[in-house]
Ligand binder design. Structure first.
Ligand SMILES: Cc1ncc(COP(=O)(O)O)c(C=O)c1O
Length: 399
C-alpha cells in the first residue's frame, strides 16, 4: 500500500474541472474526497493544504496493517485505557494514566470545549478553527489577540500573559507551534506561562505540530501532569501520515483524565487505529528519521518561497509555512487559479479569524512537489500581474 497518494498520482495537465464553489461551503477547506468526486477523479490534484508526514509509516508496517485489517474490522477494539498505553509508548509519555485517546484530537477538542471550558476563552489568532468556531457556537465568550506581521507572527509569553490577564478570560488555548503562523514558544517559556496564569480554570497547549519544530521538540508532555489546570493536546494522524484514520490524544493530571473519561464512549477509537498504534509503538527510529525528512522539506519550501518577491515569508517551526501575498494580487483568485490551472490545492486563510485572503498556509511536501508548485506559482503570478500573459496562460491549458 502506498500512502503517499498525491506524489504517486501520475501528473497530467489540468484543464480545470475542480469545483471552487466548495470553498464557500465550509470554514475548513473542502476535503480531497469532495474535490475528486470520492477519489474517482484525481485529475492531477496535489494537496499542499494539509501538513502531514509523508515518510511514515514504513512500508513494512503498512503491509502488516493491510494483512490484519479484516480482524480490526470484525472485532471490537480495546478500551480507551488499552489504547492509551500504546500511545504512551509511541509518544514517550511516562504515565499512560495521564493520557486519554480520541477519535482524532478534534474529538477531545470538542469534549474540552463542551465540558471544561465554561465562562470565557482566550485564543491568540489566527488559530486552528475548532478552537474558535466551536466555542463561539457553544456561546463561550471569546477573547483574541492577533499575531502581528511586524513581529514576524511571534508573541512573547510576557505579552501573552498581560493580554490574558487584562481580558479577564478564564481559559486559554495556545497552539505550540501555532497553526497557521508557525511561531513557537520554548519549553521554558510555556512553563513560565503556566505558572504566571495558574489562576485560570484551564490552559490547553495544543502541540499537534510540535514534532516538526526541530530535532528536539520543546514539548511539555511530561510536565503537564504536575499542573492542576493544564492539558496538552496532540493530533497523531497527520504526524504518522494517516490522518484519515483519526487518532489523537490529550495529556493532563490523572484526576482530569479520569473525569473526562467518564464522559467518553467506551469504544471511541476504532480497531484499525488501535492496530496501527500497536504496530508503530516501538518505531522510534523510523519515526525520528521521517520527522527529520519532513523538517528538511519545510526548510526547502521556505527557501523556494523566498525567491518570490510577491510573498513575505514568516519564520516557521513546523511542517508548513505561513506567507503573505502582496496587496496588488487577489489571494482568492490566486488560490482558484492554482487549483483550476495546475491542480495545486493551497490553503488560503481568508476564512480564519485574525487573517485575510492575502495569507496562505502551505504544507511542506517532497522537493518534486515543491518544484511543481513553484513553477505553477511563477506562471500564475506573472499572469495576474500582466493581463496579456493571463490570456496566454488561459488559452494554453498550462499544467
Ligand atoms: C492545531 C491543530 N490541532 C488539532 C487538529 C486536529 O487534528 P486531528 O483531529 O486530525 O487529530 C488540527 C488539524 O488541523 C490542528 O491544526
Amino acid at each position: 500500500m502506498n500512502n503517499n497518494t498525491t506524489t504517486s498520482a501520475p501528473f497530467k495537465s489540468v484543464q480545470s474541472g475542480f469545483d471552487t464553489s466548495l470553498f464557500a461551503k465550509t470554514t475548513h477547506n473542502p476535503s480531497f474526497a469532495s474535490l475528486t468526486k470520492q477519489f474517482t477523479d484525481i485529475n492531477g490534484l496535489r494537496d499542499y493544504c494539509i501538513p502531514v508526514n509523508p515518510y511514515f509509516p514504513p512500508p513494512a508496517i503498512m503491509e502488516k496493517l493491510q494483512e490484519r485489517i479484516a480482524f480490526a474490522l470484525k472485532y471490537y477494539p480495546g478500551s480507551n485505557e488499552n489504547i492509551a498505553e500504546n500511545i504512551a509508548q509511541f509518544s514517550e509519555v511516562k504515565n499512560p494514566k495521564t493520557i486519554i485517546a480520541g477519535n482524532g484530537s478534534t474529538e477531545i477538542i470538542s469534549w474540552l470545549n463542551s465540558l471544561f471550558i465554561k465562562a470565557s476563552l482566550f485564543v491568540p489568532v489566527p488559530s486552528f478553527g475548532r478552537w474558535i468556531e466551536e466555542p463561539q457556537g457553544l456561546g463561550i465568550e471569546l477573547h483574541t489577540y492577533r499575531y502581528e506581521d511586524s513581529h514576524n507572527q511571534y508573541t512573547s509569553p510576557e505579552q501573552l500573559a498581560a493580554e490574558v490577564k487584562s481580558s479577564g478570560a478564564r481559559n486559554l488555548v495556545i497552539c505550540n507551534p501555532n497553526n497557521p503562523t508557525g511561531s513557537i514558544l520554548a519549553r521554558e517559556q510555556v512553563l513560565w506561562l503556566l505558572n504566571e496564569l495558574s489562576y485560570l480554570d484551564n490552559i490547553i497547549v495544543d502541540e499537534s505540530f510540535i514534532d516538526f519544530s526541530g530535532e528536539e521538540p520543546p514539548s511539555i508532555k511530561n510536565d503537564v501532569a504536575n499542573y492542576r489546570n493544564t492539558w496538552v493536546l496532540k493530533s497523531l494522524g497527520k504526524n504518522v501520515g494517516l490522518h484519515g484514520l483519526r487518532m489523537g490524544f490529550a495529556i493532563s493530571n490523572e484526576e482530569n483524565i479520569a473525569k473526562l473519561r467518564k464522559h467518553l464512549p467506551y469504544w471511541n477509537v476504532n480497531g484499525i487505529t488501535e492496530m496501527l498504534l500497536h504496530l508503530i509503538k516501538d518505531e522510534h527510529t523510523s519515526y525520528h528519521q521521517s520527522r527529520m525528512k519532513t523538517i528538511a522539506d519545510a526548510i526547502y519550501l521556505s527557501e523556494r518561497f523566498e525567491e518570490l518577491p510577491e510573498f513575505t515569508v514568516y519564520p516557521t517551526h513546523s511542517n508548513f509555512i505561513f506567507v503573505k501575498l502582496c496587496d496588488s494580487i487577489n489571494g482568492t483568485e490566486l488560490r482558484d487559479r492554482m487549483l483550476q490551472n495546475h491542480g495545486c490545492f493551497i490553503r488560503n486563510c481568508g476564512n480564519k479569524l485574525g487573517s485575510s485572503e492575502q495569507y496562505f498556509r502551505i504544507a511542506a511536501r517532497p522537493a518534486d512537489d515543491v518544484n511543481h508548485l513553484m513553477d505553477a506559482l511563477k506562471r500564475e503570478l506573472s499572469s495576474l500581474q500582466n493581463p496579456n500573459n493571463k490570456l496566454q496562460s488561459e488559452n494554453s491549458g498550462i499544467g
